[in-house]
Design a protein around this ligand. Sequence first.
Ligand code: FES
Length: 159
Amino acid sequence: MSISFTAEELRKIDELKSRYPDSKAAIMPVLWMAQHKWGWLSEDVMRHVGDVMNLPYAHVKGVATFYTMYFKKPMGRHHVQVCTNVSCMLRGGEKLLDHVTQRLGIGNNEATADGLFSIEEVECMGACGGAPMIAINETFYENATIEELDRLLSAASVS
Ligand code: FES
């Protein structure tokens, strides 16, 4: 597979760079664009991001490996995140995580063989008042229950 941003994406990257006094600060949204385009950040993708950002590969990799939102291996089309930090743990976050791992038959940071789902245990998602919190891709669900999680997984498995 050829790793290359399109001309339109390169224009978008230039626009992102122009928003910052130091253009290398655009590395995070550019990595996010790359993850959306290729699904995860392989070494080839990170090298391409480094090329378009005029940054060394080590810098790109350093940012990508620091933040858990950047995938360093293929994940599922529906990425299920369950918060188990204090507020969520006290309100059932660990039970939600146990349930989803048993239902999907995979562990934390793993994807199902069909590539449909992956699971990630996450730290505080900044919405402790709505604990326990889960997210599927970028959609957040507060006061999550096992029943709601089952409903969401069933709906996602046919979408
Ligand atoms: S502890 Fe789960 S959102 Fe804050």
